[in-house]
Design a protein around this ligand. Structure first.
Ligand SMILES: NC(=O)c1ccc[n+]([C@@H]2O[C@H](COP(=O)([O-])OP(=O)(O)OC[C@H]3O[C@@H](n4cnc5c(N)ncnc54)[C@H](O)[C@@H]3O)[C@@H](O)[C@H]2O)c1
Length: 272
């Protein structure tokens, strides 16, 4: 038995939504490094194109940037059709995109004043989009009859409440931040959707799992990094590339008996 070969996804075709993001670009590169061809799906098609070009150059696989507004059913349907016509099959889906808001004051507003339309906008990007992409990709995977692997990105705040003390003196995105309830609620929904789909598609050989990142360092100020690190058994925030190993494991046959699970990559935050 060649055990390590089971981590290879050579020749498989993968979609990564939000592939132009901070973590998304690492997820695309990681899957490409393990051998997969990548559809870099994002509303920001300019950044997605840069990433697709870098993937082709570095890893020698096929990579294409594909525009999609994941909150629109028509756009998702068209995106999946494009992937099938360009790549032939879909073997791996990484349902990964999430959004903040163009209005950060509304996004970070206190719960008692939170605007319902803001709530719905984020729910649409973070959870409705995962339903839509899974709906159209799942249909293709079922028709192909060769199974598949779907991985969905949640967040540590989808499984536990935020410790609001860490935001004292914090600064990110040019402002004071917090974790809004809609972020937690939408990300909790991702975990539930994963479990539902894992049993629903098990008979079709489609495995569905969640990866749950903890806080990743991406320009937060020193106070926040220290406050956050003090809450973490490993004593620090994560680096983006530390999220990728679990994704490759779940995308590949190395995890062929794993479905419905949630791998928490949180430096131990959820343990104590
Ligand atoms: N970065 C972290 O610290 C962290 C921690 C926990 C969980 N996560 C989760 O990891 C995932 C990736 O995070 P990230 O840091 O790369 O986020 P990011 O904000 O850097 O990237 C998100 C990407 O999604 C795209 N996007 C947003 N709305 C879209 C839409 N309607 N249609 C198409 N594309 C859209 C954006 O253009 C962007 O490229 C997210 O689900 C996020 O919630 C991140």
């Amino acid at each position: 038995m060649k055990y390590f070969q089971r981590f290879s996804i050579k020749g498989k075709n993968a979609i990564v939504t939000g592939g132009a993001g901070i973590l998304g670009s690492h997820f695309c590169m990681g899957l490409a490094d393990a051998g997969a061809n990548i559809a870099v799906v994002d509303i920001n098609v300019e950044n997605a194109t840069e990433i697709a070009n870098e993937i082709k150059k570095k890893y020698g696989v096929t990579a294409k940037a594909i525009y999609c507004d994941l909150t629109s059913e028509q756009s998702v349907e068209e995106m999946v059709e494009t992937v099938v016509s360009e790549f032939g099959t879909i073997d791996i889906l990484h349902n990964n995109a999430a959004g903040k808001s163009s209005n950060l004051n509304a996004f970070f507003a206190p719960f008692e004043e939170y605007d319902l339309n803001q709530w719905k906008e984020i729910m649409s990007t973070n959870l409705d989009s995962m339903f839509l992409v899974a709906k159209y990709v799942g249909k293709v995977m079922k028709e192909q009859g060769t199974g598949g692997s779907i991985i969905q990105t949640s967040s540590i705040y989808g499984v536990m409440g935020p410790d609001n003390r860490i935001y004292e003196g914090s600064f990110y995105l040019d402002r004071q931040i917090n974790t809004p309830a809609i972020y937690s609620a939408s990300k909790g929904g991702v975990v539930a959707l994963t479990k539902y789909l894992a049993t629903y598609w098990a008979k079709d050989g489609i495995r569905v799992n969640t990866i749950t990142p903890g806080g990743v360092e991406s320009g937060q100020n020193e106070t926040f990094k220290q406050n956050y690190g003090n809450r973490i058994p490993l004593g620090r925030m994560a680096q983006a590339e530390e999220m990728v190993g679990a994704l490759i494991y779940l995308a590949s046959d190395a995890s062929s008996y794993v479905t419905g699970q949630n791998i928490l990559i949180d430096g131990g935050l959820s343990v104590w």
